[in-house]
Design a protein around this ligand. Structure first.
Ligand code: 4AD
Ligand code: MG
Length: 439
């Protein structure tokens, strides 16, 4: 048995085994599972790029190599050298006929076993849970979604300009701010959204997006709320509400179709019904808030006109369609200070929320922005916001103000929808929620 990872053979990843059919290679990974028929041992090895079945035949290896099988507990790390064989029955389509193997580290009593564990137990062991096939697939899809997000905006002439995380003021209401002492300057807040700074960037670059973590001290313990989540926020100079909706639907179609085209294997592992994603094509239905309220009333909901749509309301509305629906013109009373009002209906905003199908609810919130200096000043007062930390923001309305619009897409809710999973806690590597900030 080798002391060191077999160096005489090419070292490869399991994902690349197809390039080495009928050749001896070395792979490095962790024991996913194992079984034995006495004279033949089967070790399933994972390395992050895939899973390979490694076959150890007693008559073909040294007694040490054959005996090593007994020491190889779940998640022990090892290197395996052997000949690659195409085998359609093997997971991943390739099998390794073991010639040599080296144990790197024996894992003692790995806490996550193939038996069922409760969610809290798994969340407590999130740092290990990430190794399981399902979590691996979700993270792969999350990565694919983020790449599609970037490719989409980069391909349309947007410039990535990131916004700060430590900020002097709120964006989305003062009730969900995380605050911290900031040296001699008083309080600073973890940003709820990069939008206000993206507006400044849009005035410099035309079309921008920012993409980073955002924070809400949400007291909500629901399947769609995190206290730390990632948001991508495009902002476009000269764009109105309609342009904003055109961009949002093209964007979502692109992201979903790109994931369908590239992540078939992961979606299959998650048992996602992809027919529900194939229909995500433009145009998306566009519903005025008033029409949305009509739908709720027809469905027997006792809905108070002027209220925001709750999760249950969103589900009823989105159930009418086989693709995301865009609800626009929400009442000002339930939206943020920066939203421009409808000139014909001062009580309504030029806002849009995109609701994902299958009960996933709001994944995008956006609007045309108030671009008039006096009106914006009035709004700050109406919302009881201090003027001083917003002086720079008012400057954007003092110096060459133009109509502009943008939106924010929450990555975790999007991952939950595309993966078809119940709760956002599984869509981010290490979830932060009202009752959890570990591991
Ligand atoms: O609707 P929201 O609050 O909009 C904004 O923050 C705007 N400033 C964005 C903009 O116009 N640039 O949030 C946007 C999206 C939501 O639709 C949702 O997908 C996600 O961010 N989101 C959350 N995701 C997880 N947990 C939370 N607590 C979330 N709050 C919002
Ligand atoms: Mg919203």
């Amino acid at each position: 048995m080798s002391e060191l990872p077999g160096s005489s053979k090419p070292v490869t990843t399991i994902g690349d085994l197809s390039k080495y059919d009928d050749t001896s290679v070395t792979i490095r990974g962790w024991v996913y599972n194992k079984r034995s028929s006495g004279k033949i041992h089967f070790i399933l090895v994972r390395d992050g790029s895939g899973i390979a079945q490694c076959v150890v035949v007693k008559s073909q290896v040294s007694p040490e190599v054959f005996g090593a099988f007994d020491l190889l507990s779940q998640e022990s790390s090892l290197t395996v050298t052997g000949k690659v064989h195409k085998d359609d029955r093997a997971p991943g389509g390739y099998e390794i006929q073991v010639e040599d193997l080296a144990i790197v580290h024996v894992a003692k009593d790995y806490p996550i076993t193939p038996k069922e564990h409760g969610t809290e137990f798994l969340m407590d062991h999130r740092h290990l849970w990430l190794r399981s096939a399902r979590q691996h697939a979700i993270l792969k899809i999350r990565h694919r979604i983020i790449k599609a997000v970037r490719d989409f905006f980069d391909g349309k002439g947007f410039t990535l300009v990131d916004s700060p995380i430590l900020t002097p003021a709120s964006v989305e209401g003062t009730s969900t701010l995380f605050e911290t002492e900031y040296f001699d300057l008083g309080k600073a807040y973890l940003t709820q959204s990069g939008q206000l700074y993206a507006e400044a960037s849009a005035m410099a670059m035309g079309k921008v997006y920012c993409f980073g973590p955002t924070f809400r001290a949400e007291k909500s313990k629901t399947r769609r709320h995190l206290t730390e989540f990632w948001m991508v926020e495009p902002e476009v100079a000269w764009a109105n509400l309609n342009d904003n909706m055109d961009l949002a639907e093209e964007f979502i179609e692109y992201v979903v179709q790109t994931v369908l085209g590239n992540s078939a294997e992961e979606l299959k592992l998650l048992e996602r019904d992809v027919t529900k994603l194939q229909t995500v094509k433009r145009p998306f239905p566009r519903l005025h808030y008033d029409e949305a309220v009509e739908i709720l009333k027809k469905n027997g909901v006792d809905f108070q006109y002027g209220n925001d749509l709750g999760a249950a309301d969103e589900t009823i509305i989105s159930q009418q369609y086989d693709r995301p629906v865009m609800v626009h013109h929400y009442p000002a009373a339930c939206k943020a200070f920066y939203m421009k009002r409808d000139p014909e209906r001062e009580d309504l905003t030029l806002s849009v929320d995109v609701l994902a199908p299958e009960g996933y609810g709001e994944i995008i919130g956006g609007s045309q922005r108030e671009d008039d200096y006096d009106t914006l000043l009035k709004r700050l007062e109406e919302f009881n916001l201090p003027r001083e930390p917003f002086e720079w923001y008012l400057d954007l309305r003092r110096y060459g103000s133009v109509p502009h619009s943008g939106f924010g897409l929450g990555i975790e809710r999007t991952v939950a929808w595309i993966c078809g999973i119940e709760h956002v806690r599984e869509t981010i590597p290490f979830a932060r929620m009202i009752y959890r900030n570990t591991p």
